[in-house]
Write a protein that binds this ligand. Structure first.
Ligand code: PGA
Length: 260
């Protein structure tokens, strides 16, 4: 990781997916605050933070409760999904402007679970990214290949298509990219630091073709306290998108600390 430019401050994102409850949120945030303070990553007296950003993405129904507990700029609030329209007759959907309204700064877009289980296409994801950005949110765009695509040598082709559909169809001045190989999500089979870096380097080159080489690229897929450091040390890995390990405050903190 090379946190030499403001735009590449390390970022660690907790994707709680469809987990959590009213009773787990307060102790979780308290423990995270305490651990960050004990490690001097945040200084409660002066409200100074080390160059690290954290975003917590709980389910929609827990966004406001989580927001009320966050006391430091270092920790931001994100959603896991949004629709691409801002208002209207779209039963069950939540719009980017609503997320902005309640204090979200980030939104995950195009997670592989959305692509695979909810039939989200590259075109839908591009629309969601653009309207999230237009509503003042930072989209966290997820890309990644399946195990079969990797075995067929299609990894670069797949991630390039997923990224370029978004970049060529709109004007995103700021976003975060997350490389999440689908075969590594929730499986315990993390990409090796070398495998991840190879794709991150490729994505960095693609981003530079669009004048966006300072965009942060997070790695996601079975990141744990034990493997986070070796991943985050790679030159083009700027942090992580964390699923399972983000539900345990101590594990999530250890992963955050590995990014500093
Ligand atoms: P995992 O999930 O850390 O549980 O593999 C990552 C993700 O899906 O964002």
């Amino acid at each position: 990781m090379i946190p030499d430019m403001e735009s590449r401050i390390p970022l660690v994102v907790a994707n709680w997916k469809m987990h959590g409850s009213k009773t787990m949120i307060e102790p979780f945030i308290q423990e995270l605050h305490q651990n960050l303070a004990a490690a001097a990553i945040l200084k409660p007296d002066t409200f100074e933070n080390k160059p690290l950003e954290i975003a917590i993405c709980p389910p929609f129904v827990y966004l406001e409760q989580t927001k009320e507990l966050l006391r430091y700029n270092l920790i931001m609030l994100g959603a896991q999904n949004c629709y691409f329209e801002n208002v209207g007759a779209f039963t069950g959907e939540v719009s980017p402007s609503m997320l902005n309204d309640i204090g979200c700064t980030h939104v995950i877009v195009g997670h592989s679970e959305r692509r695979q289980l909810f039939a989200e296409t590259d075109a839908i994801i591009a629309k969601k990214c653009q309207s999230a950005y237009d509503a003042g949110l930072i989209p966290i765009l997820c890309v990644g290949e399946t195990a079969i695509e990797r075995s067929e040598g299609k990894t670069f082709e797949v991630v390039a298509r997923q990224l370029e559909t978004v970049l060529s169809s709109g004007t995103l001045a700021k976003f975060v990219l997350a490389y999440e190989p689908i075969w590594a999500i929730g499986t315990g089979a993390t990409a090796s630091p070398e495998q991840a870096e190879e794709v991150h380097h490729f994505l960095r080159e693609k981003l530079s073709q669009y004048g966006a080489s300072n965009t942060r690229i997070l790695y996601g897929g079975s990141v744990k306290p034990g493997n986070a450091k070796s991943l985050f040390e790679q030159p083009n890995i700027d942090g992580g998108l964390i699923g399972g390990a983000s539900l345990i405050a101590r594990d999530f903190f250890d992963i955050c600390r590995a990014a500093v």
